[in-house]
Design a protein around this ligand. Sequence first.
Ligand code: APR
Length: 233
Amino acid sequence: MPTPDSIVILTGAGISDESGIATFRGPGGLWEGHRVEDVCTPKALVRDPALVHRFYDERRGALAGVAPNAAHRAIARLQREWPGEVLLVTQNVDDLHERAGSHDVVHMHGALLSALCAHCGVRTPWDGELPPAACCGDCDVPALRPDIVFFGEMPYEMERIEAALARADLFVSIGTSGAVYPAAGFVRLARHHGAATLELNLEPSAGSAWFDDTRLGPAGVLVPSWVEALLAG
Ligand code: APR
């Protein structure tokens, strides 16, 4: 694999697994305990806002008890030391990349520590009790929602992500099942534009056939060794 200049990294729930955060589709995953349509759709928020808020309050509260792992730290090191461009896109809504030292993280599915005003789209940090809306002022709880991209809604920063994939020399997917679009299609977009593609995952994903190279194992082992080798040239 030639030395890349511009790298796009996509992470999924698997990178946070070794930090103790449940994935969605693995054994004991979040979607085993909850129906998506009950907690992660716009209709769910209208039908039962208290249930939706409880689901995300539980996940937000759990963040205090977890810490970034070696995979998060290795990506932050790559962002610091790589001479070219590194765009980190995550499907995760936790803050472990930031706590590991990563910057400019693109949370395409939103973030637990942010509240969104459904009236005017203003975001407010949410790291404890439901924050007072720092926006239009006439928001009530149903309008002030978790800043999470629900199923059926458009992920954030798609134009920026697609532009980065168009100029990437290397696309790396870490800890994702490839079950949800548009993220699951990024590998094909990257290949179409000539990027080399690498998958680091515990098990084969739905998109493994599209990757030039798929390495199977825990992210906490695979990611640091991949970064070490890349930086060693
Ligand atoms: N190291 C590497 N990979 C792991 C590890 C680990 N320690 N543990 C699990 N994995 C892999 C699993 O094999 C699986 O392929 O991570 C992937 C997790 O898949 P999902 O649970 O489907 O999570 P993700 O791919 O991030 O889901 C995408 O679906 O429900 C929506 O919005 C939600 O962002 C989420 C999206």
